[in-house]
Design a protein around this ligand. Structure first.
Ligand code: 13P
Length: 250
């Protein structure tokens, strides 16, 4: 049985006060269910404050990015150990916004995944094609290439500690969701790549989340698909009501 995970990526939203209010509203409506993990990924500067708020609730904390080095002269950056020190259990890596806006390459993302694993953080490793690639019929090829490159040199026990998120770039923040069938096909393609690298048993054990305009209306249909093990939610994770409804998918 694969882990079901709903993760909220708050992106660059929420000041400290707003983040505390949202965490409070989530706590008020949240009932822990060990069969489905809930993770919130706020901006790094509010992680420490949310750690104490969320302690004991079962809602886990994740970061949106980290640097691959252990420490040193990397002004403005945050290390895996620092994230662990603020109570993070997860870290989103290779998000398409990091790739497109901050020049993150597959090679950098691979280093970050390894650094996260060393620190015992669960990487939420994001992959997905842009619209032009989908239109050119290259969605599978591009996404498979990102999976292979990102997981270069990562062994069997480490991949079991990873979560993969398929986020077609054309569906992020656009209101346009991949259809459940489209998403499921891509998740199956990702699982085939995992199968080729690690074998069937391991491939069947890795959770693959879907991200891209997930909301309280479409979550049930998405998660009903056999290869969709959860969601990485952007906009709809910024309101307690919608995020709680997504966590409580049927
Ligand atoms: P939206 O849910 O706002 O489309 O964002 C998806 C995303 O990028 C999550 O990481």
């Amino acid at each position: 049985m694969r882990k079901r995970i709903i993760a909220g990526n708050w992106k660059m939203n929420m000041t400290l006060l707003q983040a505390e209010a949202l965490a409070g509203a989530l706590l008020a409506g949240y009932t822990h269910n060990s069969a489905r993990e809930a993770v919130v990924c706020p901006p790094a500067v509010v992680l420490a404050a949310l750690r104490s708020r969320l302690a004991g609730s079962g809602i886990q904390l994740g970061a949106q990015n980290m640097h691959e080095a252990e420490s040193g002269a990397y002004t403005g950056e945050v290390s895996a150990a620092m994230l662990v020190g603020t109570g993070c259990t997860h870290v989103i890596l290779g998000h398409s916004e990091r790739r497109a806006l901050f020049g993150e390459t597959d090679a950098i993302i691979n280093k970050k995944i390894k650094a996260a694993l060393l620190a015992r953080l669960v990487p939420i490793f994001c992959v997905g094609e842009v619209l032009a690639e989908r239109k050119a019929g290259r969605a599978e090829e591009v996404t498979a290439g990102q999976v292979r490159a990102g997981l270069q040199g990562i062994g069997t026990s480490d991949i079991l500690a990873c979560v993969i998120a398929y986020e077609p770039v054309w569906a992020i923040g656009t209101g346009e969701t991949a259809t459940p069938a489209q998403a499921d096909d891509m998740h199956a393609a990702i699982r085939r790549v995992l199968n080729q690298i690690y074998g069937e048993v391991v491939a069947d054990s890795v959770s693959i989340l879907y991200g891209g305009s997930v909301n309280d209306k479409n979550i049930d249909e998405l998660i009903a698909r056999p290869n969709i093990d959860g969601a990485l939610v952007g906009g709809a994770s910024l309101k307690a009501e919608s995020f709680l409804r997504i966590i409580n998918y049927r």
